[in-house]
Ligand binder design. Structure first.
Ligand code: MTE
Length: 312
């Protein structure tokens, strides 16, 4: 990852300088126009989702929609923090299919409607901690990954889950360069994948996911560094052995497979002891990073017997 070079700047928010249409993607604008039947007259509205609250949500104040959609990592659209917002407008997340395979009873290619059939969406307000030492609080809309894996019927030999992002260089300008070995890949151990905190997100702030946040389906694992949260997923494979993960493949001395948030183990280029909360402003300062990003009560048991002084 490139260095986090965002300025800690004046406190003028995006909403004060940028109309909503400029930072949300075209799909949402079109959905809004169709819904209104009067394109352009009342301005864009995004497709609303039905969801229920969750006991797993933090009561910390979420970042603004503007912050969450204008400061992103999504190298398929470029390496700059505003590249995903600026260059993801051509990306078409509908229609969408996900191929589910490997060690499952029901392999196949599932449309997003099949994935979501019978599923209740929940709001999960989670902290997101990037390995670049910044953080946000994001009100995701999603559902437990376990619900989808159970539908597919995991077989006993399945010990890991592998994920892949779509490859569409014609719609994703970053993929025309070789920043990374596309497709972006990530993985989880099976017990991590089945953990109730692990979700697939389809929205945020009550509306469909903007392209820059990984439309239409992305992984969120709140106790791990953000790079585990693979976006725009098209392939999920249950496997016996640890699958390849993009950043680990690139620099295994910097990025681990587990990548659990750990203030005691520094990344070679970033201390992990503290973090900058995006939007905290000039005087917001830095805050201490919490072990497992503050989710230790729920997840520490998964790692019993592992040496947490190592970078995982
Ligand atoms: N997924 C893909 N396919 N490509 C990426 O470059 N970046 C990761 C992760 N998922 C990335 C990705 C990183 S480094 C982070 S911190 C989070 O997405 C950022 O998610 P956000 O932009 O929704 O906040």
């Amino acid at each position: 990852m490139t260095r986090d070079n965002a300025r800690i700047g004046p406190t003028i928010g995006w909403s004060q300088v940028t109309p909503r249409a400029d930072y949300l993607n075209r799909r949402q604008i079109m959905a809004g126009a169709l819904g209104l039947g009067l394109a352009g007259l009342a301005g864009p509205a995004a497709a609303k989702l039905d969801y229920v609250p969750s006991k797993f949500s933090t009561d910390e104040t979420p970042n603004t929609l503007e912050e969450i959609t204008s400061y992103n990592n999504f190298y398929e659209f470029g390496t700059g923090k505003s590249d995903p917002m600026n260059y993801s407008g051509q990306f078409q997340p509908e229609p969408w299919t996900v191929e589910i395979g490997g060690l499952v009873d029901k392999p196949g290619t599932w449309g997003l409607d099949d994935v979501l059939k019978g599923i209740t969406l929940e709001e999960r307000i989670y902290r997101l901690r990037c390995v670049e030492a910044w953080s946000m609080v994001i009100p995701w809309i999603g559902f437990p990954l376990s619900a989808l894996l159970e539908k597919a019927g995991p077989q006993p030999g399945a010990r890991y889950v592998a994920f892949e992002t779509v490859v569409r260089p014609e719609e994703m300008p970053g993929q025309r360069a070789r920043f990374l070995d596309w497709p972006y890949r990530e993985g989880l151990r099976m017990d991590e994948a089945m953990h109730p905190l692990t979700i697939l997100a389809t929205g945020l702030y009550g509306e469909e996911l903007p392209n820059q946040n990984g439309a239409p389906l992305r992984l969120v694992v709140p106790w791990k560094y953000g790079f585990k949260g693979i976006k725009s997923i098209v392939k999920i494979t249950l496997v016996a052995d640890e699958p390849p993960a993009t950043w680990k493949m690139l620099q295994s001395n910097e990025y681990g497979f587990y990548a659990n948030v750990n203030p005691k183990v520094d990344h070679p280029r970033w201390s992990q002891a503290t973090e900058r909360r995006i939007g905290a402003g000039l005087f917001g300062g830095r805050q201490e990073t919490q072990m497992f990003n503050g989710y230790g009560d729920q997840v520490a048991d998964l790692y019993k017997g592992m040496d947490l002084a190592k970078f995982y």
